[in-house]
Design a protein around this ligand. Structure first.
Ligand code: NAD
Length: 370
Protein backbone atom coordinates (compact mmCIF):
# COMPACT_ATOMS: atom_id res chain seq x y z
CA UNK A 1 0.00 0.00 0.00
CA UNK A 2 1.20 3.50 -0.85
CA UNK A 3 2.84 5.21 2.14
CA UNK A 4 1.86 8.65 0.83
CA UNK A 5 -1.78 7.68 0.71
CA UNK A 6 -4.00 9.38 3.28
CA UNK A 7 -7.52 8.47 2.14
CA UNK A 8 -8.87 5.03 2.89
CA UNK A 9 -12.03 2.95 2.71
CA UNK A 10 -12.94 0.87 5.72
CA UNK A 11 -15.74 -1.66 5.91
CA UNK A 12 -17.37 -1.96 9.32
CA UNK A 13 -18.95 -5.29 10.22
CA UNK A 14 -20.36 -5.05 13.77
CA UNK A 15 -21.90 -8.56 13.62
CA UNK A 16 -23.80 -9.90 16.62
CA UNK A 17 -23.95 -9.68 20.41
CA UNK A 18 -21.34 -7.36 21.93
CA UNK A 19 -19.95 -6.78 18.41
CA UNK A 20 -22.54 -4.03 17.97
CA UNK A 21 -21.41 -2.42 21.25
CA UNK A 22 -17.63 -2.57 20.96
CA UNK A 23 -17.26 -1.75 17.27
CA UNK A 24 -18.81 1.76 17.48
CA UNK A 25 -16.39 2.55 20.31
CA UNK A 26 -13.45 1.58 18.10
CA UNK A 27 -14.89 3.80 15.36
CA UNK A 28 -14.86 6.77 17.73
CA UNK A 29 -11.18 6.10 18.36
CA UNK A 30 -10.46 5.78 14.62
CA UNK A 31 -12.26 9.08 13.93
CA UNK A 32 -10.14 10.82 16.57
CA UNK A 33 -6.91 9.39 15.12
CA UNK A 34 -7.87 10.48 11.61
CA UNK A 35 -8.37 14.03 12.89
CA UNK A 36 -5.03 14.11 14.70
CA UNK A 37 -3.13 12.78 11.68
CA UNK A 38 -5.18 14.48 8.98
CA UNK A 39 -6.33 11.26 7.32
CA UNK A 40 -9.44 10.82 5.27
CA UNK A 41 -11.45 7.66 5.92
CA UNK A 42 -14.65 6.66 4.16
CA UNK A 43 -16.78 4.12 6.00
CA UNK A 44 -19.22 1.57 4.72
CA UNK A 45 -21.15 -0.86 6.91
CA UNK A 46 -22.66 -4.28 6.21
CA UNK A 47 -24.10 -7.38 7.82
CA UNK A 48 -22.26 -10.60 8.60
CA UNK A 49 -23.03 -13.55 10.88
CA UNK A 50 -26.35 -14.08 12.64
CA UNK A 51 -27.80 -10.67 11.75
CA UNK A 52 -27.12 -11.42 8.05
CA UNK A 53 -28.87 -14.80 8.41
CA UNK A 54 -31.91 -13.05 9.87
CA UNK A 55 -31.98 -10.44 7.11
CA UNK A 56 -30.79 -12.36 4.05
CA UNK A 57 -30.83 -16.03 5.01
CA UNK A 58 -27.05 -16.42 4.76
CA UNK A 59 -24.12 -15.50 7.03
CA UNK A 60 -22.07 -13.81 4.29
CA UNK A 61 -24.25 -12.01 1.73
CA UNK A 62 -22.58 -11.39 -1.64
CA UNK A 63 -22.97 -7.62 -1.11
CA UNK A 64 -20.92 -7.82 2.11
CA UNK A 65 -18.11 -9.75 0.44
CA UNK A 66 -18.06 -7.31 -2.48
CA UNK A 67 -17.77 -4.33 -0.11
CA UNK A 68 -14.97 -6.15 1.75
CA UNK A 69 -13.09 -6.69 -1.51
CA UNK A 70 -13.00 -3.00 -2.40
CA UNK A 71 -12.15 -1.77 1.12
CA UNK A 72 -8.57 -1.10 2.29
CA UNK A 73 -9.41 -2.82 5.56
CA UNK A 74 -12.29 -4.54 7.33
CA UNK A 75 -13.05 -4.05 11.02
CA UNK A 76 -15.23 -6.75 12.54
CA UNK A 77 -16.93 -7.01 15.96
CA UNK A 78 -18.00 -10.61 16.57
CA UNK A 79 -20.51 -13.10 15.24
CA UNK A 80 -22.70 -15.84 16.66
CA UNK A 81 -25.18 -16.49 19.41
CA UNK A 82 -27.42 -19.20 20.85
CA UNK A 83 -30.33 -18.40 18.50
CA UNK A 84 -28.34 -19.67 15.49
CA UNK A 85 -26.65 -22.68 17.11
CA UNK A 86 -29.22 -25.22 15.90
CA UNK A 87 -28.60 -24.35 12.22
CA UNK A 88 -26.63 -26.81 10.06
CA UNK A 89 -22.85 -26.19 10.18
CA UNK A 90 -22.72 -24.63 6.69
CA UNK A 91 -25.33 -21.99 7.58
CA UNK A 92 -24.01 -20.88 10.97
CA UNK A 93 -22.79 -17.32 11.64
CA UNK A 94 -19.13 -18.44 11.93
CA UNK A 95 -19.21 -19.55 8.27
CA UNK A 96 -19.39 -15.84 7.48
CA UNK A 97 -15.91 -15.37 8.95
CA UNK A 98 -14.49 -18.35 7.06
CA UNK A 99 -16.05 -16.97 3.86
CA UNK A 100 -14.43 -13.58 4.42
CA UNK A 101 -11.03 -15.16 5.12
CA UNK A 102 -11.08 -17.27 1.98
CA UNK A 103 -12.88 -14.67 -0.19
CA UNK A 104 -10.22 -12.07 0.68
CA UNK A 105 -7.29 -14.59 0.61
CA UNK A 106 -6.35 -13.68 4.19
CA UNK A 107 -3.61 -16.25 4.70
CA UNK A 108 -1.65 -14.64 7.55
CA UNK A 109 -3.22 -14.38 10.99
CA UNK A 110 -1.38 -12.13 13.45
CA UNK A 111 -2.10 -12.51 17.14
CA UNK A 112 0.03 -10.33 19.40
CA UNK A 113 0.25 -11.26 23.06
CA UNK A 114 1.31 -8.24 25.08
CA UNK A 115 1.07 -7.76 28.80
CA UNK A 116 0.06 -4.30 29.89
CA UNK A 117 1.92 -3.57 33.15
CA UNK A 118 -1.35 -2.66 34.89
CA UNK A 119 -2.80 -6.09 34.07
CA UNK A 120 0.25 -8.32 34.58
CA UNK A 121 -1.22 -9.59 37.84
CA UNK A 122 -4.31 -10.94 36.02
CA UNK A 123 -2.22 -13.59 34.26
CA UNK A 124 -2.34 -17.15 35.53
CA UNK A 125 1.49 -17.16 35.40
CA UNK A 126 3.88 -15.56 37.87
CA UNK A 127 4.33 -11.80 37.47
CA UNK A 128 8.04 -11.95 36.57
CA UNK A 129 7.34 -14.45 33.75
CA UNK A 130 4.81 -12.21 32.00
CA UNK A 131 5.63 -8.61 32.88
CA UNK A 132 6.96 -6.92 29.75
CA UNK A 133 5.82 -9.81 27.55
CA UNK A 134 5.50 -8.81 23.88
CA UNK A 135 5.27 -11.65 21.38
CA UNK A 136 3.58 -12.08 18.03
CA UNK A 137 2.17 -15.37 16.76
CA UNK A 138 1.74 -15.66 13.00
CA UNK A 139 -0.57 -18.49 11.99
CA UNK A 140 -1.08 -19.70 8.43
CA UNK A 141 -4.83 -19.37 7.98
CA UNK A 142 -5.98 -20.79 4.65
CA UNK A 143 -4.19 -24.14 4.34
CA UNK A 144 -2.98 -27.11 6.36
CA UNK A 145 -5.10 -29.79 7.96
CA UNK A 146 -8.18 -27.55 8.32
CA UNK A 147 -8.58 -27.44 4.53
CA UNK A 148 -6.72 -30.50 3.17
CA UNK A 149 -8.54 -33.10 1.05
CA UNK A 150 -9.59 -35.86 1.43
CA UNK A 151 -11.53 -35.29 4.62
CA UNK A 152 -14.63 -36.71 6.24
CA UNK A 153 -16.02 -39.69 8.11
CA UNK A 154 -16.96 -42.85 6.25
CA UNK A 155 -17.79 -46.41 7.13
CA UNK A 156 -15.11 -48.90 6.16
CA UNK A 157 -16.17 -52.56 6.51
CA UNK A 158 -18.71 -51.62 9.18
CA UNK A 159 -16.24 -49.47 11.14
CA UNK A 160 -16.50 -45.65 11.19
CA UNK A 161 -13.28 -44.00 10.10
CA UNK A 162 -12.42 -40.27 10.21
CA UNK A 163 -9.82 -38.67 7.98
CA UNK A 164 -8.22 -35.25 7.56
CA UNK A 165 -5.27 -34.40 5.38
CA UNK A 166 -2.34 -32.22 6.47
CA UNK A 167 -0.99 -30.64 3.30
CA UNK A 168 1.12 -27.57 2.46
CA UNK A 169 2.93 -26.78 -0.75
CA UNK A 170 6.20 -24.88 -0.79
CA UNK A 171 4.59 -21.67 -2.10
CA UNK A 172 2.16 -21.54 0.80
CA UNK A 173 5.03 -22.03 3.22
CA UNK A 174 7.41 -19.45 1.73
CA UNK A 175 4.53 -16.91 1.53
CA UNK A 176 3.78 -17.09 5.26
CA UNK A 177 7.49 -17.32 6.10
CA UNK A 178 8.12 -14.01 4.30
CA UNK A 179 5.36 -12.31 6.30
CA UNK A 180 6.96 -13.62 9.49
CA UNK A 181 10.51 -12.61 8.55
CA UNK A 182 9.25 -9.12 7.59
CA UNK A 183 7.47 -8.75 10.93
CA UNK A 184 10.50 -9.99 12.87
CA UNK A 185 12.66 -7.49 11.00
CA UNK A 186 10.38 -4.64 12.20
CA UNK A 187 10.48 -5.94 15.79
CA UNK A 188 13.38 -7.50 17.68
CA UNK A 189 14.74 -9.50 14.76
CA UNK A 190 14.05 -13.03 16.02
CA UNK A 191 11.82 -15.69 14.45
CA UNK A 192 10.91 -19.10 15.83
CA UNK A 193 9.31 -21.50 13.33
CA UNK A 194 7.21 -24.22 14.96
CA UNK A 195 6.67 -27.64 13.38
CA UNK A 196 6.61 -31.36 14.13
CA UNK A 197 9.34 -32.25 11.67
CA UNK A 198 10.42 -35.32 13.66
CA UNK A 199 7.08 -37.04 12.87
CA UNK A 200 5.24 -35.29 10.02
CA UNK A 201 6.79 -35.11 6.54
CA UNK A 202 4.68 -32.07 5.65
CA UNK A 203 6.30 -30.14 8.49
CA UNK A 204 9.78 -31.33 7.48
CA UNK A 205 9.01 -29.55 4.19
CA UNK A 206 7.81 -26.58 6.26
CA UNK A 207 11.17 -26.53 8.07
CA UNK A 208 13.17 -26.85 4.82
CA UNK A 209 11.28 -24.05 3.07
CA UNK A 210 11.48 -21.69 6.06
CA UNK A 211 15.24 -22.34 6.18
CA UNK A 212 15.57 -21.64 2.43
CA UNK A 213 13.54 -18.41 2.77
CA UNK A 214 15.83 -17.33 5.61
CA UNK A 215 18.56 -16.72 2.98
CA UNK A 216 16.58 -13.57 1.98
CA UNK A 217 16.65 -12.32 5.59
CA UNK A 218 20.20 -12.79 6.92
CA UNK A 219 19.61 -10.05 9.51
CA UNK A 220 16.83 -12.07 11.21
CA UNK A 221 17.80 -14.80 13.68
CA UNK A 222 15.90 -18.05 12.93
CA UNK A 223 15.32 -21.02 15.19
CA UNK A 224 13.12 -24.09 14.75
CA UNK A 225 11.13 -25.68 17.55
CA UNK A 226 8.88 -28.74 17.77
CA UNK A 227 5.32 -27.84 18.66
CA UNK A 228 5.24 -29.83 21.90
CA UNK A 229 8.33 -28.00 23.12
CA UNK A 230 6.90 -24.65 21.95
CA UNK A 231 3.76 -25.23 24.05
CA UNK A 232 5.94 -25.99 27.05
CA UNK A 233 8.25 -23.00 26.48
CA UNK A 234 5.29 -20.62 26.13
CA UNK A 235 4.25 -21.31 29.71
CA UNK A 236 7.78 -21.85 31.08
CA UNK A 237 9.49 -18.77 29.70
CA UNK A 238 7.34 -16.84 27.20
CA UNK A 239 9.60 -13.80 27.02
CA UNK A 240 12.20 -15.82 25.05
CA UNK A 241 9.99 -15.35 21.94
CA UNK A 242 9.74 -12.40 19.58
CA UNK A 243 7.83 -13.73 16.52
CA UNK A 244 6.51 -17.29 16.17
CA UNK A 245 5.37 -18.64 12.80
CA UNK A 246 3.48 -21.88 12.38
CA UNK A 247 0.80 -23.73 10.44
CA UNK A 248 -2.94 -23.44 10.82
CA UNK A 249 -3.65 -26.06 13.50
CA UNK A 250 -0.55 -25.51 15.65
CA UNK A 251 -1.16 -21.76 15.41
CA UNK A 252 -4.76 -22.13 16.50
CA UNK A 253 -3.67 -23.93 19.65
CA UNK A 254 -0.53 -21.94 20.50
CA UNK A 255 -2.24 -18.57 20.04
CA UNK A 256 -4.87 -19.49 22.61
CA UNK A 257 -2.14 -20.58 25.02
CA UNK A 258 -0.37 -17.26 24.45
CA UNK A 259 -3.67 -15.41 24.92
CA UNK A 260 -4.01 -16.71 28.46
CA UNK A 261 -0.56 -15.37 29.33
CA UNK A 262 -1.91 -11.85 29.06
CA UNK A 263 -4.91 -12.18 31.36
CA UNK A 264 -8.15 -11.44 29.54
CA UNK A 265 -9.99 -12.27 26.36
CA UNK A 266 -11.38 -8.74 26.33
CA UNK A 267 -7.89 -7.34 25.67
CA UNK A 268 -6.76 -9.39 22.66
CA UNK A 269 -6.71 -7.98 19.11
CA UNK A 270 -5.98 -9.84 15.88
CA UNK A 271 -5.32 -9.18 12.22
CA UNK A 272 -5.63 -11.38 9.15
CA UNK A 273 -3.68 -10.16 6.12
CA UNK A 274 -3.46 -10.92 2.41
CA UNK A 275 -0.34 -10.67 0.25
CA UNK A 276 -0.73 -6.86 -0.03
CA UNK A 277 -1.31 -6.23 3.67
CA UNK A 278 -5.00 -5.62 3.15
CA UNK A 279 -6.54 -6.97 6.29
CA UNK A 280 -9.47 -7.92 8.44
CA UNK A 281 -9.14 -6.78 12.04
CA UNK A 282 -11.15 -8.24 14.89
CA UNK A 283 -11.02 -8.94 18.60
CA UNK A 284 -10.17 -12.53 19.52
CA UNK A 285 -13.27 -12.85 21.70
CA UNK A 286 -16.72 -13.88 20.50
CA UNK A 287 -20.13 -12.23 20.75
CA UNK A 288 -20.44 -12.85 24.53
CA UNK A 289 -24.23 -13.39 24.58
CA UNK A 290 -24.15 -13.53 28.39
CA UNK A 291 -23.31 -9.80 28.64
CA UNK A 292 -24.63 -8.50 25.30
CA UNK A 293 -26.75 -5.35 25.36
CA UNK A 294 -25.69 -4.38 28.89
CA UNK A 295 -22.90 -1.88 28.18
CA UNK A 296 -20.55 -4.20 30.10
CA UNK A 297 -18.24 -5.44 27.34
CA UNK A 298 -14.58 -4.52 27.30
CA UNK A 299 -14.02 -2.50 24.09
CA UNK A 300 -10.20 -2.57 24.32
CA UNK A 301 -9.63 -5.68 22.15
CA UNK A 302 -11.53 -4.01 19.31
CA UNK A 303 -9.81 -0.67 19.91
CA UNK A 304 -6.42 -2.43 19.82
CA UNK A 305 -7.52 -4.19 16.61
CA UNK A 306 -8.11 -0.72 15.14
CA UNK A 307 -4.55 0.19 16.18
CA UNK A 308 -3.30 -2.88 14.28
CA UNK A 309 -5.28 -1.70 11.25
CA UNK A 310 -3.47 1.64 11.31
CA UNK A 311 -0.13 -0.15 11.63
CA UNK A 312 -0.44 -2.91 9.02
CA UNK A 313 -3.03 -1.97 6.38
CA UNK A 314 -3.04 1.83 6.49
CA UNK A 315 0.69 2.15 7.26
CA UNK A 316 0.09 4.88 9.82
CA UNK A 317 2.29 3.66 12.70
CA UNK A 318 2.06 6.94 14.63
CA UNK A 319 -1.73 6.57 14.88
CA UNK A 320 -1.29 2.95 16.00
CA UNK A 321 1.23 3.97 18.67
CA UNK A 322 -1.04 6.75 19.91
CA UNK A 323 -4.00 4.40 20.37
CA UNK A 324 -1.89 1.78 22.14
CA UNK A 325 -0.37 4.39 24.45
CA UNK A 326 -3.83 5.76 25.25
CA UNK A 327 -5.08 2.27 26.15
CA UNK A 328 -2.06 1.80 28.40
CA UNK A 329 -2.64 5.20 30.05
CA UNK A 330 -6.31 4.36 30.67
CA UNK A 331 -5.33 1.12 32.40
CA UNK A 332 -2.66 2.98 34.36
CA UNK A 333 -5.42 5.38 35.50
CA UNK A 334 -7.01 2.32 37.15
CA UNK A 335 -10.07 2.01 34.90
CA UNK A 336 -11.35 -1.53 34.35
CA UNK A 337 -14.38 -3.14 32.73
CA UNK A 338 -15.86 -6.00 34.78
CA UNK A 339 -13.82 -8.72 33.03
CA UNK A 340 -10.49 -7.22 34.14
CA UNK A 341 -11.64 -5.66 37.41
CA UNK A 342 -9.60 -6.26 40.54
CA UNK A 343 -10.19 -4.71 43.98
CA UNK A 344 -8.68 -1.23 44.26
CA UNK A 345 -9.40 -0.32 40.63
CA UNK A 346 -12.40 1.57 39.22
CA UNK A 347 -15.10 -0.46 37.49
CA UNK A 348 -16.44 1.24 34.34
CA UNK A 349 -18.79 0.33 31.50
CA UNK A 350 -18.07 0.03 27.76
CA UNK A 351 -18.79 3.68 26.98
CA UNK A 352 -16.81 5.14 29.85
CA UNK A 353 -13.79 3.01 29.00
CA UNK A 354 -13.82 4.32 25.43
CA UNK A 355 -14.41 7.92 26.66
CA UNK A 356 -11.25 7.67 28.72
CA UNK A 357 -9.18 6.20 25.88
CA UNK A 358 -10.30 9.19 23.77
CA UNK A 359 -9.38 11.61 26.55
CA UNK A 360 -5.94 10.03 26.91
CA UNK A 361 -5.37 10.07 23.14
CA UNK A 362 -6.02 13.77 23.14
CA UNK A 363 -3.80 14.40 26.18
CA UNK A 364 -0.91 12.35 24.81
CA UNK A 365 -1.18 13.89 21.35
CA UNK A 366 -1.31 17.42 22.70
CA UNK A 367 1.48 16.95 25.21
CA UNK A 368 3.66 16.05 22.24
CA UNK A 369 5.02 13.09 24.17
CA UNK A 370 4.95 11.08 21.06
P1 NAD B 1 -16.96 -15.46 23.97
O1 NAD B 1 -15.60 -14.96 23.66
O2 NAD B 1 -18.08 -14.76 23.30
O3 NAD B 1 -17.21 -15.36 25.56
C1 NAD B 1 -16.46 -16.10 26.51
C2 NAD B 1 -16.54 -15.41 27.89
O4 NAD B 1 -15.73 -14.24 27.85
C3 NAD B 1 -17.95 -14.95 28.25
O5 NAD B 1 -18.14 -15.08 29.63
C4 NAD B 1 -17.98 -13.49 27.86
O6 NAD B 1 -18.87 -12.70 28.63
C5 NAD B 1 -16.53 -13.08 28.12
N1 NAD B 1 -16.10 -12.02 27.19
C6 NAD B 1 -15.80 -12.18 25.87
N2 NAD B 1 -15.48 -11.00 25.32
C7 NAD B 1 -15.60 -10.09 26.30
C8 NAD B 1 -15.41 -8.68 26.36
N3 NAD B 1 -15.03 -7.96 25.29
N4 NAD B 1 -15.63 -8.04 27.53
C9 NAD B 1 -15.99 -8.73 28.61
N5 NAD B 1 -16.18 -10.05 28.65
C10 NAD B 1 -15.98 -10.73 27.49
O7 NAD B 1 -16.98 -17.01 23.64
P2 NAD B 1 -18.19 -18.06 23.67
O8 NAD B 1 -19.07 -17.75 24.83
O9 NAD B 1 -17.55 -19.37 23.56
O10 NAD B 1 -18.99 -17.81 22.34
C11 NAD B 1 -20.15 -16.98 22.23
C12 NAD B 1 -20.53 -16.88 20.77
O11 NAD B 1 -19.49 -16.20 20.04
C13 NAD B 1 -20.70 -18.22 20.09
O12 NAD B 1 -21.79 -18.13 19.19
C14 NAD B 1 -19.40 -18.43 19.34
O13 NAD B 1 -19.54 -19.25 18.22
C15 NAD B 1 -19.09 -17.01 18.94
N6 NAD B 1 -17.66 -16.74 18.70
C16 NAD B 1 -17.38 -15.82 17.72
C17 NAD B 1 -16.07 -15.46 17.50
C18 NAD B 1 -15.81 -14.40 16.47
O14 NAD B 1 -16.73 -13.72 16.06
N7 NAD B 1 -14.58 -14.22 16.04
C19 NAD B 1 -15.03 -16.00 18.26
C20 NAD B 1 -15.35 -16.90 19.26
C21 NAD B 1 -16.68 -17.24 19.49
Amino acid sequence: MNKEKSNYQILLLPGDGIGVEVLPQAVRIIRAATEFYDLDIEYSEALVGGCAIDEYGEPLPTATLELAKVADAVLLGAVGGPQWESLPMQQRPERGLLGLRSGLSLFANLRPAMTFPALARSSSLKLDLVSGLDLLIIRELTGGIYFGQPRGVKVNQGVREGINTYVYNEHEISRIARVAFDMARKRRGRLCSVDKANVLEVTQLWRDVVTETHAEYPDVELEHMYVDNAGMQLVRSPKQFDVIVTGNMFGDILSDVAAMLTGSLGMLPSASLDANNKGMYEPVHGSAPDIAGKNLANPLATILSAAMMFRYSLEQPAAADLIEQAVQATLDDGLRTADIYTPGTTKVNTLTMADNVLKNMSNIFQSGLR
